[in-house]
Design a binder for this molecule. Structure first.
Ligand SMILES: Cc1cc2nc3c(=O)[nH]c(=O)nc-3n(C[C@H](O)[C@H](O)[C@H](O)COP(=O)(O)OP(=O)(O)OC[C@H]3O[C@@H](n4cnc5c(N)ncnc54)[C@H](O)[C@@H]3O)c2cc1C
Length: 673
């Protein structure tokens, strides 16, 4: 005989204002099987919980219904209360009379009647609940970090320092990401390479970090604690196990006119190259699209060039090397794939800066973007840190910086603020004045957003100490007049049009998601926003978690971020991973599908419809080992309890624990009664 207790909550005034809570409790008292029904101001409070515990013991309850807020809020709390009183926690049901009644209805009578209905169906369901046990899943205590920028580096080091193994996968030949391209960094103006390269080396030497550069994640299967990852190690055409990084191959290479990506096209590199001198690992890679030997072989010609082969004394050049697929089991994944810049000529999802023809990028050679300016200002850059015009190598005496190119522009489809540009433009004006003492920097801005520790002081310093002129307004057109770039705009504070002569123009272009990120997101079953930045599970309460358990986010893959914010998110993602790995095994809710093997006909409709790939095959054999039949088999670690299999199984052999057909129909009948 069912003995059900019903506890109806006022939720302060949240429910009580609209729903007549005492009436709901009184109505429930009359439902078949209900032996006690009470209302309480705050059922989730300690006194409220105590009342439930006492009632379970006193009335020997076999099931409990809590009529209160959403199960998202307090289902766990109430299940724990039941467990503490000796009742199986899955014999507790929630009737959501806040979000489903009081918050969405105005009429008290209607809201109360609906609340009574919801309690009635919860009572009918809980009568049919059976005790369930949580599922225990082992955890592989090894993490995968995807992306070797400062976010991935920080996350990998924190996890490894916390005592766990890490595989760090970077698609480029070296780790470092955008930070390795920067000159000096706001707000302290410390040299980017000086703070980054020691960390890169630390990663390479860390006994618990396995670095896989020039590699990409091919596929991801499995679930939290047990991901099976396949990684493609792209062929460097160089044997990394013996290469000493002496650079003789690069010196010998005759193909010297390849646009250098690291210098943002402001210099040339060879076909066999390391991206930059401090690269980690310091092992070159052959650019197969540019190598004369590979290109000529593709055309069926024989070995046009072999200079690097000849130059390498230890025989590390391997033209026969092919891509390799490596499989690894990991328990958690940190995605740290960073951002790309809104810029012409680069791989973009959409749109590209050619939509900004008025700024002459790509047509006027001395119109460059912010990252190109970083390379000019960097001591390791193409001009050894001198600010020189790309067109003629002369020192520009007047530079105009334009903010918000592509950002905050609804007409062009990017409505968000790129967040870091106000700060790096202020930095650029300073770096410029530190190098060209008689230079004049003018900044066109919409408004200055400098909300970080020391950030406002930093931008003021650019104006007050380094003499940058900030002009509020937009530029409508730029054109070349001989040697000069005419910048035509409108000063909105003075209320008048202005034309400024510039020797160079720097565009602060929008921060964009990485091209290809949607592909990776699909492999990981995580979501992204309308722009392509990866979504967190909850912006306030779970900012580095995703909607897939065990997959975490770090850095600018999530939104435009500066280095301090990037490092902070990387460390918190690492903390989440270490928290996960601190457990012996994972406890999972038992609300997963189960197959009745005696009925299953092995049609595998369930396998085809399962959105999580949770269903496999199981062979049923007799005592002699002869195959009787093959049936569906649910992996409880992967199953998310969506019930699609239950709804589609033609022989009704699959049931979702906690949501069986019998329970669902009991609810429906209770409503229709
Ligand atoms: C012009 C400019 C100046 C800046 N100046 C400053 C400054 O002075 N101070 C400051 O605090 N911030 C500055 N920033 C911001 C800074 O660049 C970022 O905060 C930082 O680089 C973000 O790091 P990240 O690791 O998240 O991303 P990234 O630096 O973009 O690194 C991501 C890494 O992931 C790799 N990757 C991408 N996709 C994959 C994949 N599928 N598989 C494997 N690897 C992948 C990439 O190759 C890259 O190495 C500046 C930005 C710009 C544009």
């Amino acid at each position: 005989m069912a003995r059900i207790g019903v506890f109806v909550c006022h939720c302060g005034e949240n429910i009580g204002r609209t729903v007549d809570v005492p009436s709901v409790a009184r109505a429930a008292q009359g439902f078949p099987g209900v032996v006690v029904s009470k209302d309480n101001k705050y059922t989730c409070s300690e006194p409220g919980q105590a009342i439930i515990r006492e009632a379970i013991r006193e009335h020997m309850l076999t099931g409990v219904v809590i009529a209160a807020c959403s199960p998202h809020m307090h289902e766990r709390t109430f299940r724990r209360v039941c467990a503490s009183a000796g009742l199986n926690p899955f014999l507790c049901e929630i009737a959501n009379i806040r979000e489903h009644c009081s918050w969405i209805h105005e009429d008290r009578g209607e809201a109360t009647a609906k609340a009574i209905d919801l309690v009635r169906l919860a009572v009918e369901k809980v009568k049919r609940n059976i005790p369930l046990e949580t599922i225990s899943i082992p955890i592989e205590r090894k993490a995968l970090v995807i992306g070797g920028g400062i976010a991935g580096i920080q996350a990998a080091l924190d996890i490894a320092d916390g005592g766990r193994e890490v595989i760090l996968v970077e698609k480029e030949p070296s780790i470092g990401g955008h930070m390795s391209q920067l000159s000096e960094t706001f707000p302290t103006l410390d040299c980017s390479q000086c703070i980054l390269t020691p960390r890169m080396v630390e990663v390479a030497q860390h006994p618990r970090i396995r670095l896989m550069t020039y590699s990409e994640v091919e596929s991801v299967d499995g679930y939290v604690g047990n991901f099976d990852v396949t990684i493609r190690k792209k062929a460097r055409k160089v044997d990394a196990t013996i290469c000493t990084g002496c650079g003789a191959c690069m010196t010998a290479c005759v193909q010297r006119k390849v646009s250098n990506e690291f210098d943002e096209g402001l210099s040339k590199r060879t076909a066999i190259y390391t991206p930059f001198p401090q690269a980690v690992p310091n092992i070159p890679v052959i650019d197969q699209m540019k190598c004369l030997r590979i290109l000529s072989q593709k055309k069926g010609k024989q070995d046009a060039c072999g200079k690097c082969l000849d130059a390498c004394a230890i025989g590390a050049i391997r033209f026969d090397q092919e891509d390799e697929l490596v499989t690894e089991k990991v328990g958690a994944i940190v995605v740290a794939t960073g951002y790309s810049l809104y810029s012409i000529g680069k791989e973009q999802d959409s749109p590209d800066i050619s939509g900004y023809g008025e700024y002459g990028y790509g047509t006027i050679p001395d119109v460059i973007d912010g990252m190109q300016f970083e390379r000019l200002a960097s001591a390791s850059g193409p001009t050894a840190g001198k600010i020189l015009r790309p067109s003629d190598g002369k020192e520009p005496k007047r530079i105009v910086f334009l903010q918000c190119i592509g950002s905050r522009d609804r007409a062009k489809g990017i409505d968000y603020c790129s967040k870091i540009c106000c700060m790096y433009v202020a930095k650029h004006t300073m770096l410029y004045r530190h190098k060209v003492h008689d230079g004049q920097a003018t900044v066109f801005y919409m408004d200055v957003r400098a909300n970080g520790k020391g950030y406002d002081e930093f931008t003021r310093r650019a104006i007050e100490e380094d003499g940058a002129v900030y002009m509020r307004g937009r530029v409508s057109r730029m054109y070349r007049d001989g040697d000069v770039i005419k910048v035509v705009g409108f000063d909105t504070l003075a209320g008048e049009p202005v034309t400024i002569d510039a020797d160079m123009v720097v565009l602060a272009t929008a921060i964009r998601p990485r091209p290809g990120i949607k592909d990776l997101a699909q492999k990981l079953s995580i979501s992204y926003d309308k722009h392509g930045f990866l979504n967190e599970a909850h912006p306030k309460l779970r900012p580095v978690e995703t909607n897939t358990a065990g997959v975490f986010l770090a850095g600018a893959c999530q939104a435009p971020r500066d280095i301090p914010d990037t490092v902070a998110t990387a460390s918190s993602a690492a903390a989440k991973v270490l928290g996960l790995f601190s457990q012996e095994s994972l406890e999972r809710e038992p609300t997963v599908a189960r197959v009745d093997i005696s009925h299953c006909a092995g049609c595998f409709t369930c396998e085809r419809v399962c959105p999580y790939g949770a269903i496999g095959h199981r062979e049923i054999r007799d005592r002699q080992g002869r195959l009787i039949k093959t049936v569906a088999d649910v992996n409880p670690g992967v199953c998310q309890g969506c019930g699609t299999c239950q709804a589609t199984c033609p022989s009704k052999s699959v049931e979702l624990m906690g949501f069986t057909d019998e329970q669902i129909f009991a609810e429906v009948n209770a409503i229709l009664a």
